[in-house]
Design a protein around this ligand. Structure first.
Ligand code: ADP
Ligand code: MG
Length: 438
C-alpha cells in the first residue's frame, strides 16, 4: 500500500443543537487518504461530509480522535492541503488573476513570482484571456474554474473538493471533471491525492479509485467500494454501469442508523423513530416515480441507474424519493433494482391515493403518528408547531428539525391527517376527524 498522507483515526465531532444539547455529527470516522489515489465520498445531505473535509483541511478541529498529516498531528490549516468549495467563494471586487494570487500573496510571495505561478495555473485550467475579468462577468463554470485555480496555485499535495461540480450544469461539470482528471493523470499538477465529495454517483465512479459511502446520524464511513478500472473510463461501458448499480444499492440502503447495517434492506427494516430526520421528498416526485415504475418499460421493476436516467431528478433528489417510498412501503429493493410492492401497485391505480397515503404515514412515520395522537388528545384540536419543533431539536439540529417538521406537515396534509395554518403555525385536526369526534 502506498504512503498515507492524511489519516483520520476515530474522529468525532459534535455540534450544539438549538436547545444546547450536543449532537454527534461525526463519530468514529476512520479514513486514510494515500498517495496516488482519488477517493470519492458519497452520502446523504447532512451526513457530515463537509464537516469531515473541513476537519481534514484543518479549518475546524475534531472533538475526538486524531488527524494526522504525514504522520504528524494536524494543527490548523496546512500549506499542502487545499479545499475547493461548491459555492464560488470568490472576492467580487478582485479580478480573476488577483483572486487566484490571493493565497500566494498571503504567504508573502513576491509579486512577480506570484503572477508567474497564477498565469501558469490560469492557463492550465482554461481561464486564459479572463485574467482581468471580475467574477460577476463570468459564467458559473468559469467561476468554478477560478475556485479550482485558487486551490491549485498553492500546489497542494492534497486537494479536497466539496461538491465542486454540483452547482454547474451537467455538461460543464463533466468537462471540468475530465480536465481535472487529465491534469492529474498527466502529472501537470503536483497533487498527490484527491478527495471529492459528490452528489453524483456516475461522477464518483468515473473519477475515483475508491468510493466511500457515508452513513448519517452520526456520520461515519459505512461502506467502501474499490474501483480498479483503468482511466479514462467510459461512462457507457458495462463495467461502469455495473459499478453505478452497486453504488446505488449501497446508498439506498442507508436510510437510517438501524436496519441491516449496510447490505440490502427490505421495506420492513426501514423503521424510523420519532426524532429521526425524514427523507426530503415531494409528494409529486414520489407519485411521479411510482407511476414511472408501474409503466412500460419497467412494469414494476427498475434498475436504479435506468430509473435515474428516466427522471429529471438529480441523484440526491432521487435517493430521497426512493427512501421515502421504501419507508412508506410502496417499494422495496433487491439486487440494485427497485420494485413496486403490491401496495405501490394498487396506489398507482387508486382513486383514493390520499387516504392510502395517510394510512401509510400513520403506520411508518412516528412523528406524524405522534402529531395525530396529540391532536386527538387535545380538546381544541389544534397544537402549535413549536411544540413539535422543540421535541425534534433534542435529536436534530435547528435546520434539520425545521426540515423534518415541514416534510411531516406537507405529507400529513396530503394524507388528510391534519390541516395547517400557514399564518399562525398551528396544526389542526382535519374537519372530517372533528365530525367523527362529535
Ligand atoms: P453534508 O456535507 O454531508 O451535507 P455537513 O457536514 O454540512 O453535511 O453537516 C452535517 C451536520 O452538521 C448537519 O446536520 C449540519 O446541520 C450540522 N452542522 C454543520 N456545521 C455546523 C455548525 N457549524 N454548527 C452546528 N451544526 C452544524
Ligand atoms: Mg456538504
Amino acid at each position: 500500500m502506498s504512503t498515507p498522507i492524511v489519516e483520520l483515526k476515530a474522529v468525532g465531532k459534535h455540534f450544539r443543537s438549538a436547545d444546547g444539547s450536543a449532537r454527534a455529527v461525526l463519530e468514529g470516522v476512520d479514513f486514510t487518504l494515500r498517495e496516488g489515489e482519488i477517493v470519492a465520498l458519497l452520502g446523504q445531505s447532512g451526513s457530515g461530509k463537509s464537516t469531515m473535509l473541513r476537519i481534514m483541511a484543518g479549518l475546524i478541529q475534531a472533538d475526538e480522535g486524531q488527524v494526522l498529516y504525514r504522520g504528524m498531528p494536524l494543527y490548523g490549516t496546512a500549506r499542502g492541503i487545499r479545499m475547493v468549495f461548491q459555492s464560488f467563494a470568490l472576492f467580487p471586487w478582485l479580478t480573476v488573476q488577483k483572486n487566484v494570487e490571493l493565497g500566494l500573496e498571503a504567504q508573502g510571495m513576491p509579486a512577480e513570482e506570484r503572477a508567474r505561478r497564477a498565469e501558469k495555473v490560469i492557463d492550465l485550467i482554461g481561464l486564459s484571456g479572463f485574467e482581468g475579468a471580475l467574477p460577476r462577468e463570468l459564467s458559473g463554470g468559469m467561476r468554478q474554474r477560478v475556485g479550482i485555480a485558487r486551490a491549485l496555485v498553492m500546489e497542494p499535495e492534497v486537494l479536497l473538493m466539496d461538491e465542486a461540480f454540483s452547482a454547474l450544469d451537467v455538461l460543464t461539470g463533466e468537462r471540468l471533471r475530465e480536465e481535472i482528471l487529465e491534469l492529474w493523470q498527466s502529472g501537470q499538477i503536483p497533487t498527490k491525492a484527491i478527495l471529492v465529495v459528490s452528489h453524483n454517483i456516475e461522477e464518483a465512479v468515473m473519477m475515483a479509485d475508491r468510493v466511500l459511502i457515508f452513513a448519517s446520524d452520526p456520520g461515519r464511513v459505512r461502506a467502501e467500494l474499490p474501483i480498479s478500472l483503468a482511466q479514462p473510463r467510459k461512462a457507457e461501458s458495462a463495467e461502469v454501469r455495473q459499478l453505478i448499480d452497486k453504488v446505488y444499492e449501497l446508498m439506498t440502503a442507508s436510510s437510517g442508523r438501524r436496519g441491516s447495517g449496510g447490505g440490502l434492506i427490505s421495506e420492513r427494516e426501514v423503521k424510523l423513530q420519532l426524532g429521526d430526520r425524514l427523507p426530503q421528498a415531494d409528494i409529486a416526485h414520489m407519485e411521479g416515480i411510482l407511476e414511472l415504475l408501474a409503466e412500460e418499460p419497467f412494469n414494476g421493476r427498475a434498475d436504479l441507474p435506468k430509473l435515474a436516467e428516466e427522471t429529471e431528478l438529480t441523484d440526491a433528489e432521487l435517493l430521497e424519493v426512493l427512501n421515502a417510498l421504501l419507508l412508506l412501503g410502496f417499494a422495496y429493493l433487491t439486487n440494485g433494482d427497485i420494485l413496486l410492492t403490491e401496495l405501490g401497485g394498487r396506489y398507482v391505480k387508486s382513486e383514493e391515493r390520499q387516504e392510502m397515503f395517510g394510512k401509510q404515514l400513520l403506520e411508518h412515520v412516528p412523528l406524524i403518528a405522534y402529531i395525530c395522537h396529540g391532536l386527538e388528545q387535545d380538546k381544541s384540536g389544534d397544537l402549535p408547531e413549536d411544540l413539535f419543533l422543540k421535541l425534534l431539536r433534542f435529536t436534530l439540529s435547528e435546520e434539520e428539525a425545521e426540515r423534518a417538521l415541514r416534510m411531516a406537515i406537507e405529507w400529513g396534509r396530503y394524507g388528510d391527517l391534519f390541516e395547517y395554518n400557514f399564518n399562525t403555525g398551528v396544526i389542526q385536526r382535519s374537519e372530517e376527524d372533528e365530525q367523527e369526534a362529535d
